[in-house]
Ligand binder design. Sequence first.
Ligand code: C5P
Length: 310
Amino acid sequence: MTATSTSVTVRAPGKVNLQLSVGRLRDDGYHPLASVFHAVALVEEVTVAVGEPGSGIVVESVAGLQADEVPRDATNLAWRAAELVAASVGVAPDVRISIRKGVPVAGGMAGGSADGAAALLACHELWSGALDRADLAALALELGSDVPFSLLGGTALGLGRGEQLSPLLVRGTFAWVFATATAGLSTPAVYRTFDRLTAERVVPEPAADEAVVAALRAGDAAALGRALHNDLQEAALALRPTLADVLDAGRSAGALGAMVSGSGPTCAFLVADAAAGARVAGTLAGLEQVRSTHVATGPAPGARVIARRR
Ligand code: C5P
């Protein structure tokens, strides 16, 4: 009997940035960041199964949240992950990929990045690859700036493009409400708007915010709520002004902190507990700009194998 799996399922988390400080555009087209990534229990599950020899990569199903908006071609990060791992391990990329979505699409919560991270790990397991964590993290960065964090999970400071990751100490868990918007925002468009808005300003080199780090270490949700900040929020609000009403409504309903998640347009609300979360979610669900609300805790673990079939 062979020990080879015929399919592997990996779960990987979405994220919210508790701090997102953005510097001036670099020559390579990216911005230097100081990002405090926080993985939340809204997850993607990716199953990679051995395909027929010569069949190539097939994204055979996408189910769950906004599944019809997910591309099934080579622009899907799970597809690209399979290609990258196959080339690194030296096998033909004959796989069938199924994705179950729990992270909003194009929402600034790194759902596509989570698919990339999950497929990377699943393919590596499927083909019994011998890459170490650093090799996998390097492949993850080729897929996108947020993919290395989805592999790691938890709460971490990310410098550089967000790939120089150091785990942060967190006491307890935090409760979140997320409100998705009726239409997505393009990450490159939000960064271009940031460049335009800050063209005449002094933009400091991004650095970790001690208030965020201390609030996490103390498990102090009220202090964390006050410390949350996102340099891309102004740009996201310039592109989608109605998001300001969503943030205000969440604050009025009792959120400890409110901000746009990453490049948006999903809005993130830190709440004291599940009961406060239900109240905030109930208020937000009534707004016409809000497509759906989701309650989740963080930190959540990074990408991990949850099933193997032989
Ligand atoms: O790395 P990723 O492909 O996810 O980035 C998408 C786009 O977001 C980049 O092409 C770039 O326009 C912008 N970006 C950036 N600086 C970063 C991360 C992303 O300008 N640190």
